[in-house]
Structure formats: structure tokens, C-alpha cells
Ligand binder design. Sequence first.
Ligand code: ADP
Ligand code: ADP
Length: 233
Amino acid sequence: IAAVRASGLAKRYGAGDSRVVALAGVDVEFRRGEFTAIMGPSGSGKSTLMHCAAGLDRADEGTVWIGDTELTALRDDDALTRLRRDRVGFVFQAFNLLPTLTALENITLPFDLAGRKHDQETLDAVIAALNLQNRLHHRPSQLSGGQQQRVACARALVTRPEVVFADEPTGALDSAASAELLGFLRRSVDALGRTVAMVTHEPSAATYADRVLFLKDGCLVDEIHAPTADSVL
Ligand code: ADP
Ligand code: ADP
């Protein structure tokens, strides 16, 4: 079953001579419980694909389904915002935690924003999967980069979204912290059955995924299952 299904996604920027085709008609599915890495050279359309599939940006053409909801049919910005908030998780390179809140308050923030109560069982499972039990009352400034990114991952997972989009999640981490974060992300996919789509330019990060998609000039040009260090180079 697909958590996310996109077909014929096309996006252009600019006009005339400065016209850039960022996505040239991409079909992609992210299946439930699968960890997908998206690779490709700079400018190949990775961020655009992620933004259009997540409803952060509108594609010029094509359709996107998040679970049983057609994202591209939502004309109302409020409906799109709600869909993103309740059914999509995001992890960014720069962590994007609120500095005045504790780790636990950052993790449960999506529920505060939505005005509903978190599910304690899910919260406990996410905290355990990311080994954050002993960091819950620390503020971001009291945590290492790797720990801050684990908090950001917990925040993305705790609403049990259809999909978590991670944009270069290890981009600000050293190699030891990157490996640790990816191990936790891998374990949270396996233990919680979540769906993760991760943009990365690091082959060593892509080896944690079940599947690697390669973009070039706005097109999907290759797909590898069970990637190894050699096969993703
Ligand atoms: P990647 O994430 O693989 O580096 P992007 O999706 O960021 O690629 O960009 C794809 C292409 O679209 C690039 O040529 C980029 O310069 C162009 N592009 C992306 N965003 C914009 C924008 N806001 N305005 C103009 N061109 C853009
Ligand atoms: P889904 O939300 O995909 O429908 P299920 O309802 O089948 O998942 O739940 C699977 C089990 O995993 C439940 O017993 C739930 O308690 C447990 N679980 C705990 N935390 C999570 C989480 N973040 N995501 C998914 N399942 C979780």
C-alpha cells in the first residue's frame, strides 16, 4: 500500500530563457513501512520533489495522494496546512527546534498546535525508539547536534504521519553523529512501521534505506533496492 503516490509531477521555475525544468514528470510511490533515500546531483530536483510531494509547494502538473487524500485536489490553503500538520512529518538539516521549549515540549508541539492530546503509548514508543528517555527535560542548547536531530525525528514521528520527509537530516552532523542518527531512524522505521523519504547526497546515508531513487535533470533515472556502499556511488 502506498503512503504517498505521485504521478506526472512537473514543476518549472522562471520563464523564457531563464526557464528551468525542476521536475519533468515524475511518478513515485512511497510504500508503508519503507525507508526511501532520494539521491542525485545538485539541482536535479530532489528538494522540489520533496516539497511538491509534501504539499510545501504546488506542482504545475500531476497528482499527489497522501494516504487516501488527494493533496493536489485541495484548493484551500487551510486544508493543505491541516493535512501537512496532521499527516506529514518533517525533518530538516537545521533541526528547527524551538529553543525555549524542552525536548519533550518540542516533541509534543504538533499536538499543541493542533489543539489535541497526544497518545501516550505512541509518545512512549517514539521516545524509546530514539533513545531520548534521559533527555526529555533538556532544552535544545543543552543537547548535542545528534540529540537535537533525534528530538526532531521524534516530533516528526509522534503524530503517526502517513510519511516523514527528511531533507538532508545528517547535513549538519559529523560522521559519527550521522551514523548514529541514521541507525535510530532505521530502527524507528522498523519498530514503529513508519514511512520515511529522505533526501541525501551522502552515499553512506543512503545505505540505511530500503531503496534509493536517483534523480537527474528532473527525471527519475534509476532505482536500487537493498543498497550497498558500492551500489549507491
Ligand atoms: P536539488 O534539491 O536536487 O539540488 P532543486 O529541486 O533544489 O534540486 O532544484 C531543481 C532545479 O530548480 C534547479 O535548477 C534549481 O536551480 C531550480 N530551482 C529550485 N527552486 C527554485 C526557485 N525557487 N526559483 C528558481 N529556480 C529554482
Ligand atoms: P497505523 O497508525 O499505521 O495504522 P497501527 O494502528 O497498525 O498503525 O498501530 C501499530 C502499533 O504500533 C500500535 O499498537 C501502536 O501502539 C504502535 N505504535 C506506537 N508508536 C507508533 C508510531 N509512532 N507509529 C506507528 N505505530 C506505533
